[in-house]
Ligand binder design. Sequence first.
Ligand code: ZN
Length: 314
Amino acid sequence: MVQPVLKALPRRALRLGGLRRSNSGREQALRRVRADSLRISETEVPLRQQLDTLIAKLLPPGDQRLGTVLQAVTRAKPALESRNFAHGDVESGVRAFRSLCDDIDKVVLPRISTAAEVAEARRFVQGGFFSAADNPPKSVAAARSILDRLNQHRIRRNLEYRPAVVNEPGIMAFGNGGDQVILSRGIVDDLPADEAAAIFAHEIAHLEQRHYTSLQIVGAVRRRLGSGLPPDLQKPFSTLANLATAGLQREQEFLADRGAARMLARAGISPGSLVAALERLRVAGPETISPLADHPPLSARIEILEGLAGQIGR
Ligand SMILES: [Zn+2]
């Protein structure tokens, strides 16, 4: 029962929430599209541009908070260069950068409109990642019917989540903000409907909680800081920012799991379906566990979800 799906998981099989395990040309295409998307003209000012403008105002040259992070990076430089990420100076540096990003997020996130997020998602979907073979009508219809069921239980009432299907086997899903859930055909073709719904609910939770936009805010703060750094601090800062970003992404995974479990319960679907879907991924292959990993270990996610399932549903 499980086996055919696992067999169908190709080497490029992907983890929930990202393309990180992909070795296919698509991953490169994804990177290219992310860069290109900034050049596609839209009536809505591109998100990156909005963020850079806002953050330049919030963090003018000489801002004390920039100085605090700069000092922390200077202190952590030797440990960062020897990749001793458990060193106290690295931890303090990561905390200093995260704390600045969290402060900026509180001010900036409410100022980014839903329309800007949707425009960003549209740019991605129209930007060359999908080929003519993608969005096979049968799989799109199946995905839409599952999403419709979840849409009734969404929190952001001004959005209606919609599918875009990559015509590949295996389990892969992600979103770039807005209203778009991007998924592999394998999710709707090969998984039990409740597990497919659980994966969608996880992606919807990322979208509902605006995780993609928060990550873009971290990227903008990073650009702001990086532009003023002396050359010898550029590389250590980049490593420190990577550690902080990965830490935020891991937190977002737990938050998305929690949001998904709640949404599933509201839709009358057992939150245990998400555990079942994650178990499939766990069996599919070994994980990279590193301070730079953007996903927490599946075992930790499953453990937390099992506790939650006891509280909120079956
Ligand atoms: Zn995720």
